[in-house]
Design a protein around this ligand. Structure first.
Ligand SMILES: [Zn+2]
Length: 466
């Protein structure tokens, strides 16, 4: 009996040793497999609208099942699916979520030189809508799950794979639906990794590695003016189209206040050393002082990307004031894409917009809005990302960008989960033209290297310490 117990203990300890020192994957094979996986994934048309993410969810479920990883697929609406899978650890630490969205934006085929959903390899690039945003990261996250499972890595943290629908339309059928309907599945999560980190690479040299910890938020508005319809030959100054145009004119002339949030100040400070001249370096290193100096302020604001981070922005994008030259329409509408800085209150902003329009007959309705939150950067996860990168690039520089756009992270930050936007792919700046554009593609080499980096980051954070 005692002998048997010793043998059992010995076997248990051997199996523990084996899993703690799990075998390093064969990176050549893993790279080939990851390329084939992404190519197949890119062939699934998940254009949103309508999305049809169920197809991708089934594709992921099949691959996971083959590896012995259970997954659950939840339909938020017909054809709109979210997939959840979990690699179990010992529960000593809280879970990591690998989050990716399966939908893509529409592509205009006439401007592409290759089939939008071919997933084809040409001159060392994998082509297809989603190659950058964000099927490549989704595929890399899936590969990480598969490789951890195959190597039998013992985990202190569970690793959750969550593939969602609808990010490109605001996430209400995807991440938003999931956190509302299945919060119990992620209630033990401490960290999350998704898109939104932008690395800056020139000629295969990484100038900096981007880690996104916060982003601006949308405050999308619809303006509606109603009035008496009539004949275009008898103008009415108070017609619906006329009042709407006046309102839009006031918004065009209105300048929102320049504001520097701490995360934006940090971002500029981190970029200061990379500026080409002394004046720019001075401006970037103290952005608060720079925006009060007219010369430096105009230098900063001349770049639209910078300007978008220093104020709440207002951009009319959809206007509908009629459809016939000689008819005054009874209703005129406009949609305005406003983006708020982290910390701003959407209700206060809408009140300001109404004050500027100064026409109580115009209805101002909020289509989409949420408050922005920020993740701290003094965390174990942040340390693991930077340590893993520094192991291969000792002089690595890190920049914490503030996205002018937004990702699904806010749904999870709202629940207290620390979320980082991080891309493991080091893609030259010249290759980024395809995001939401034409001929979207990813260099196969950068993609393969990224598989290894993401695996190493995840393993370092989640594997049991020997
Ligand atoms: Zn995306």
């Amino acid at each position: 009996m005692k002998k048997l117990l010793i043998i059992v203990l010995l076997l248990v300890s051997i199996s523990n040793v084996k899993s703690v020192h799990a075998q390093e994957p064969d990176w050549n094979r893993a790279g080939d497999e990851a390329v084939a996986l992404l190519s197949e994934y890119l062939r699934i048309d998940t254009t949103n609208p309508p999305g049809n993410e169920s197809r991708s969810a089934q594709f992921f479920a099949r691959l996971l099942r083959r590896e012995g990883i259970e997954s659950q697929v939840f339909e938020s609406a017909p054809g709109r699916a979210n997939l959840f899978a979990r690699l179990k650890g010992n529960g000593r630490k809280r879970a990591l979520i690998l989050l990716n969205h399966m939908d893509v934006v529409p592509a205009d085929r006439q401007f592409w030189t290759i089939d939008v959903f071919s997933g084809a390899m040409r001159d060392g690039y994998l082509y297809g809508r989603g190659a950058l945003d964000m099927k490549s990261l989704g595929a890399a996250q899936l590969m990480t799950m598969i490789l951890l499972k195959r190597a039998g890595v013992a985990l202190d943290r569970d690793v959750i794979f969550l593939a969602t629908a609808d990010e490109e339309a605001g996430g209400r059928q995807g991440a938003g639906w999931f956190v509302r309907d299945h919060p119990e599945l992620i209630s033990d999560a401490e960290f999350l990794l998704t898109e939104g980190g932008n690395n800056f690479v020139i000629d295969n040299r990484v100038i900096y590695y981007g880690i996104g910890a916060t982003e601006k938020t949308p405050c999308w508005l619809r303006l509606t003016a109603k009035g008496t319809p009539g004949h275009g030959s008898v103008p009415q100054t108070n017609s619906a189209p006329s009042r709407l145009i006046r309102a839009l004119g006031k918004l065009e002339a209105f300048q929102t206040e320049l504001k520097v949030t701490p995360a934006v100040a940090r971002y500029f400070r981190e970029l200061a050393a990379l500026q080409p001249d002394a004046e720019s370096r001075r401006a970037y290193s103290d952005i608060n002082a720079a925006i009060r100096d007219p010369k430096l302020a105009s230098l900063l604001l001349s770049l639209p990307q910078n300007a978008a981070l220093l104020r709440n922005t207002i951009q009319p994008t959809v206007v509908n004031i009629g459809s016939k030259t000689n008819v005054i329409a009874p209703i005129a509408t406009a949609e305005i894409d406003c983006r708020l800085l982290p910390g701003e209150n959407p209700a206060d902003f809408v009140a300001e917009i109404k004050r500027v329009i100064d026409d109580p007959t115009i209805q101002v309705e909020t289509i989409l809005a949420f408050g922005a939150t920020e993740s701290p950067i003094d965390t174990e996860f942040h340390q693991v990302i930077t340590d893993t990168i520094k192991a291969g690039d000792a002089s690595a520089r890190f920049v914490h960008g503030v996205l002018a756009g937004f990702t699904d992270s806010h749904f999870f930050r709202d629940r207290g989960i620390v979320c980082y936007g991080f891309s493991p792919f080091m893609i030259p700046a010249s290759d980024f033209t395809g995001v939401h554009g034409n001929d979207e593609r990813i260099p196969a080499g950068a993609y393969r290297d990224g598989i290894k980096l993401l695996y190493n980051v995840t393993r370092r954070l989640c594997a049991s310490q020997p």
